[in-house]
Ligand binder design. Structure first.
Ligand code: G1P
Ligand code: ZN
Length: 539
């Protein structure tokens, strides 16, 4: 017999979900009651879940299995009827979103700190996704946070949970179903993309490298790219998920996916390169001699999506986060569809997707996805690119440069100043905000504001989402503080300018944007506030 136990606890400071759930150091999460308090606060905030299904899965980072078992026990003690959990506690974030939707689950707990480093000294995270498969909206995360500050007890129960074996067992009166993490996701991808054309592409000698970054997507990529599509063995590198991601930073960008970039970019490299992050929702797309910025990738996907069977009838709309470049807006304008501009974070796309206002969404932070799930989806973007390559039979380089020729190029870069002192970063943003009225009119700035979003579906309003300096010629500088870090503050500076002249397209963005970058540093005096003269990461 297993009995429900009520454990007394006290609130922890700072259990406030950020851009994407609650993220803290593993050492913080591992403290007594810390994870339990947050999970119980999620349950306490929800209602109507008795006997319903909860999906649980994580990216396999250090401490994943421990928290999965705690969450399953607490779900049983709180009265859920069924838990669906990936084998060994593994589910990529987009796969979890799909499983919630496919099984009409009440919601899901996704254990991940995304692209943040793992291992005992790394980061951990938990987020709650609602029945649409998408991250909890602000209203819900605010309520969860309020609950964490008042919690006095949580419910759990003993009992064995075997995550290694596919199949069903019971815990109290709840069914625990361990499922294959990849099966449903692979079926979904097959329904969206032209697998025959992509298989034919691989057969014709097309070569690709996918970097799983020792994180969650390895098994997904191996099954789909090598197993179903016939990519040759070795197409997937770093394909075994490791609890510490092999000591690397599982963020698919030019800095952290260096091994892949060095392999694919030079002459003689494979035709196509791609990578995904810790939990499988981000993507990096590169071709020989061509790095595709995520903003350009979104625009190119929007322009070519009808080549994929799942999108053959066209897009209803496109959405991008505010700091993402305006390249997608130009495609939307040509297609005669709307382009929505939302705050940073995938949760803001959910309403647009649910209401059928947008089909494809993207963020400059290596996130692209569509209405097939309610999360960004790394492998989805890779398969969309493969689908485009298979149909257009052009190189990545040609596809991108032809896109610029047709639409003009939005030069774009993001400069991150990581782990700066929090007070200094807050002061910098406050000073900028205070100086907004006087900035308009200086340096050819036509508009200076702090981005606010009115959700067209539920009417909610979200303020202070990034300081925007918009210039007369349409160039932009955007400043915001990261909401996903766990140490100090990260200042993100986004710089963009548009160039219609094809003869000027072949420049390094850092060179093309140099005057704007200089201004972006001097206007708030980043060096004075942070003591930093250069960013830590440039993408
Ligand atoms: C970052 C990205 C944002 C993304 C989020 C989760 O958030 O900038 O676009 O949605 O990670 O992957 P930030 O740290 O900037 O708050
Ligand atoms: Zn991620």
């Amino acid at each position: 017999m297993t009995f429900v136990q009520t454990i007394q606890t006290k609130p922890f400071e700072g259990q406030k979900p950020g851009t994407s759930g609650l993220r803290k150091k593993v050492k913080v999460f591992a403290g007594p009651h810390y994870a339990e308090n947050f999970i119980q606060s999620v349950f306490d905030t929800l209602s109507g879940y008795q006997d319903q299904t909860l999906v649980i899965g994580g990216d396999g980072r250090h401490f994943n299995s421990e928290v999965i078992v705690k969450a399953i026990r607490m779900a049983a003690a709180n009265g859920f009827g069924r838990v669906l959990v990936g084998r060994d506690g593994l589910l990529s974030t987009p796969a979890a979103s799909n499983i919630i939707r496919k099984n009409n689950a009440f919601g899901g707990l996704i254990l991940s700190a995304s692209h943040n480093p793992g291992g005992p000294d790394g980061d951990f995270g938990i987020k709650y996704n609602a029945s649409n498969g998408g991250p909890a909206p602000e209203k819900l995360t605010d309520a969860i946070y309020a609950r964490t500050q008042a919690i006095t007890s949580y419910k759990t129960m003993d009992g064995t949970v075997d995550l290694a074996r596919i199949g069903a067992s019971t815990l109290g009166s709840m069914t625990v179903e361990v499922i294959d993490p990849v099966d449903d996701y692979a079926v979904l991808m097959q329904s969206l993309f032209d697998f025959d054309a992509i298989s034919a592409l691989f057969k014709s000698g097309f070569s690709m490298k996918f970097d799983g970054m020792s994180a969650i997507t390895g098994p997904y990529a191996s099954r789909i790219l090598e197993g179903m599509l016939g990519g040759k063995s070795g197409t997937v590198m770093n394909g075994t998920p490791l609890p510490d991601f092999g000591g690397h930073h599982p963020d698919p960008n030019l800095v952290h996916a260096r091994e892949l970039v060095d392999l694919v970019m030079p002459p003689g490299g494979p035709d196509f390169g791609a990578a995904s992050d810790g939990d499988g929702d981000r993507n990096l797309i590169i071709g020989r001699g061509m790095y595709v910025t995520p903003s350009d990738s979104l625009a190119i996907i929007a322009a070519n999506a009808t080549l994929a069977p799942g999108y053959a009838t066209g897009l209803v709309g496109v959405a991008r986060s505010m700091p993402t470049s305006g390249a997608a807006d130009r495609v939307a304008a040509k297609l005669g569809i709307k382009c929505f501009e939302t705050p940073t974070g995938w949760k803001f796309f959910g309403n647009l997707l649910d209401a059928g206002l947008a089909t494809v969404c993207g963020e400059e932070s290596f996130g692209t996805g569509s209405n097939h799930v309610r999360e960004k989806d790394g492998l989805w973007a890779v398969l969309m690119w493969l689908n485009i390559l298979a149909h257009r039979k052009e190189s990545v380089y040609d596809i991108v440069t032809h896109h610029w020729r047709d639409y003009g190029r939005n030069f774009y870069t993001r400069h991150d100043y990581e782990e700066v002192e929090s007070d200094a970063a807050n002061r910098l943003i406050k000073n900028l905000r205070d100086s907004l009225p006087k900035l308009a009119g200086q340096h050819d700035i036509s508009k200076a504001d702090d981005f606010a979003y009115d959700d067209p579906v539920d009417g909610s309003s979200t303020k202070n989402q990034g300081i925007r300096l918009i210039f007369e010629n349409g160039s932009r500088i955007v400043y915001r503080l990261s909401g996903t870090g766990t140490a100090g503050a990260t200042l993100r500076v986004y710089v963009e300018s548009y160039e219609a002249d094809t003869a000027k397209h072949n420049q390094d963005p850092q060179v093309a944007l140099a005057p704007l970058i200089k201004l972006a540093r001097s206007i708030p005096d980043i060096a004075k506030h942070t003591g930093r003269f250069e960013p830590t990461v440039i993408t």
